[in-house]
Design a protein around this ligand. Sequence first.
Ligand SMILES: NC(=O)c1ccc[n+]([C@@H]2O[C@H](COP(=O)([O-])OP(=O)(O)OC[C@H]3O[C@@H](n4cnc5c(N)ncnc54)[C@H](O)[C@@H]3O)[C@@H](O)[C@H]2O)c1
Length: 318
Amino acid sequence: MQRILVTGGAGFIGSHLCERLIAAGHEVVCKDNLFTGRRQNIEHLLGHPRFELHRHDVNEPFVVEVDHIYHLACPASPVHYQRNPVRTIRTCVQGTLHALECAREVGARLFIASTSEVYGDPTVHPQDESYWGHVNPIGDRACYDEGKRCAEALAVSFARQYGVEVRIARIFNTYGPRMHEDDGRVVSNFAVQALRGEPITLYGSGEQTRSFCYVDDLVEAAIRFMALSEDAATDGHAGSRPMNLGNPTEVTIRDIAELVREITGSRSELVFRPLPADDPARRRPDIGRAARLLDWQPRIGLREGLARTIEDFRTRLG
Ligand SMILES: NC(=O)c1ccc[n+]([C@@H]2O[C@H](COP(=O)([O-])OP(=O)(O)OC[C@H]3O[C@@H](n4cnc5c(N)ncnc54)[C@H](O)[C@@H]3O)[C@@H](O)[C@H]2O)c1
């Protein structure tokens, strides 16, 4: 049994991770300021003897005696992270600094939830970890993209300078139950619009692609990544090496809209709106490194994952 800190543990991915870690017999401390997270995401864990919730803003320093830290605290969808861009950069940078200082102080291994957004609007396809990215440093998404890039730079610096064991995961689009219904993302938007019988809004032509990973697959990969020995995780490089985690099956936005319509049995029409600035045209992870080192592949296909997600939305929307 390990004692594990999960920052952002009341959020979408974090709550699934907490659940899995508790089920595996670990003791879990969840730190969250409930900015985009919700108590109901972890309600079922609150009375558990091996689970603690600390209401805490990671922009304030913290030290918790733990073996592992999963650092997820950060708003993740454009609607949420663009609401207060300065605060988003602060959370990406200062929050990660505090997580790294805590890991250094107590000798814990640290998982950093980075993102495919560090690749920006990519000029190579698919993206592997050696690609440095194509990010607009002053665009609407910069507070998040550049914030996460800085978080990665901080993490490798702590690894090289202080020997902190870090695992940088570049997470690609993830979906599943407990997504926010108002986060403006493709899956949640389409599911909510279809269930309410409202028109389904597509931005651009709908021919842009994304690769969607079901949350259980992502959590499995994250746990395997943290279990990896330091030698294997760094591949003999000084400091840490990032790892793409996601599902490489690429689908067009239009395909998703059609699938959501089919699963919900909705008759919502598709309507088209202009593409927002800096919206990447294509996104697909090369997960060769994760497959090799973690002996992992996503298992849940889009149809099954969407059906589970839509069922959860249906229950929550009443
Ligand atoms: N969901 C995805 O597709 C995706 C893709 C790439 C990366 N990520 C990363 O994974 C992590 C989790 O994302 P998610 O989709 O679960 O988002 P989420 O918004 O549901 O969860 C983020 C959690 O962090 C908490 N939080 C935010 N700021 C905080 C602060 N200053 N102090 C303490 N807690 C704070 C929120 O309350 C929330 O519970 C994020 O770091 C995100 O950048 C997610």
